[in-house]
Design a binder for this molecule. Structure first.
Ligand code: NAD
Ligand code: MG
Length: 385
């Protein structure tokens, strides 16, 4: 039986690479549903090629264009955020790949978990915002959550079937500004930030990588995915991105997963798990590898990483506040409305201004997100940039 896959965010970086994996294994996987936010032309092209049962465009203004373009095909066409949340529940779907950006991934992921669909989780923001709720629901509905993020896939691939982890070690490339001084960081532009040294990704995660917020989010993601304590999560800067992450065991043994930087591998592993399937592409050639180097992250220059540890320690709705403020400042930075370092100032202030809730419900997360966004947006305006 082919696995039926729904891709949330099929027009993005992860989404298009997932479709390459499916194309390479037509005997194993079939596309059941494709969804996108705005890029209707690309969605039409994908739908004509992969012929899913259903497509959803979140932006309702694009519905008619999508409907007309697919009128000659037996594809159900929907629009809007509500439809996106509903399509993941469709009976035949086995795996939902959450490859959309940001907080918008939370609701459809909850619905997919409740419908018992295996989650291939790329949308790390879902676990940052509401990791406790998501992991509880996954347990309650016995729904597996398989990581797609390369570091977490690496850790997942290194895990043994026992309880003997001493720590997980997330590697970080350090991003394009790894060696920059504070003076240099003060004037970096979005064009510079959008050039990641090792990975080609969507704009939001590329900025998050430059500011180290991505690594902060991944620390929180690791806590929820692997059930480890904050003190058991270490970040090591490894600029070559050959080691994708590691696990240290109680006896001191360290297992690492290595490979060329190619997101198709973690995507495919989430689809094929517990099996491994063949995958085309470049192989790691140790004779061509430069030296593998390691350094400690600098949380004085990259404060976001410290904010993430802080939010994780304080728990409750703190990481939801962190995420909302970050989404606001990244959008502002991409519109030249705030400086690179100004982003961290706004995040820090927002975390200090929104009321703390120790045991948030789903509605508390929704409210926290809205309030934090409002406060962060005001702080951006007042940042004087
Ligand atoms: P991207 O910007 O390239 O693509 C995002 C996709 O989500 C697009 O298809 C877009 O149409 C859709 N989308 C965006 N906002 C939406 C909304 N409000 N409602 C519905 N659909 C929406 O992003 P990406 O780089 O593919 O990243 C996707 C997710 O995967 C992010 O959470 C990111 O952190 C995570 N991730 C990405 C990579 C990578 O290599 N790109 C690696 C690890 C994790
Ligand atoms: Mg990652």
């Amino acid at each position: 039986m082919k696995k039926q896959i729904a891709i949330l965010g099929s027009t993005g970086s992860i989404g298009t690479q997932a479709l390459q994996v499916i194309e390479e294994h037509p005997d194993l996987y079939e596309v059941y549903a494709l969804t996108a936010n705005n890029k209707v032309e690309k969605l039409i092209e994908q739908a004509r090629k992969f012929q899913p049962e259903a497509v959803v465009i979140a932006n309702e203004d694009k519905y008619q264009q999508l409907k007309d373009a697919l009128a000659d095909m037996p594809i159900k066409v929907y629009a809007g955020a509500e439809a996106l949340c509903e399509v993941v529940e469709s009976g035949p779907i086995n795996i939902v790949l959450t490859a959309m950006v940001g907080y918008a991934g939370l609701k459809p992921t909850i619905n997919a978990i409740k419908a018992g669909k295996t989650i291939a989780l790329a949308n790390k923001e879902t676990l940052v915002v509401a990791g406790e709720l998501i992991t509880e629901l996954a347990q309650q509905y016995r729904t597996p959550i398989l990581p797609v993020d390369s570091e977490h896939s690496a850790i997942f691939q290194c895990l043994e079937m026992n309880n003997s982890i001493s720590k997980v070690i997330l590697t970080a490339s350090g991003g394009p500004f790894r060696t920059f001084t504070m003076e240099q960081l003060a004037t970096v532009t979005k064009e510079q930030a959008l050039k990641h040294p090792n990975w080609s990704m969507g704009a939001k995660i590329t900025i998050d990588s430059a500011s180290m917020m991505n690594k902060g989010f991944e620390v929180i993601e690791a806590k929820w995915l692997f059930g480890v304590k904050p003190s058991q999560i270490e970040v090591v800067v490894h600029p070559q991105s050959v080691i994708h992450s590691m696990v240290e065991y109680k006896d001191g043994a360290v297992k690492a997963q290595l490979g060329v930087p190619d997101m198709r591998l973690p995507i495919q592993y989430a689809f094929s798990y517990p099996k491994r399937e063949s995958l085309s592409g470049e192989r790691l050639d140790f004779m061509k590898c430069s030296a593998l180097t390691f350094e400690a992250p600098d949380t004085k220059r990259f404060r976001n990483l410290a904010f993430a540890y802080d939010a994780m320690e304080r728990s409750g709705n703190m990481a939801c506040i962190l995420n909302a403020a970050n989404e606001v400042v990244v959008a502002a930075f991409l519109k030249d409305q705030i400086s690179f370092l100004g982003m961290s100032d706004v995040i820090e202030k927002t975390m200090g201004k929104v009321a703390f809730i120790k045991n948030p419900t789903y509605n508390d997360y929704v409210e926290t997100d809205a309030i934090a966004r409002r406060i962060a947006a005001e702080l951006v305006i007042n940042s004087g940039f």
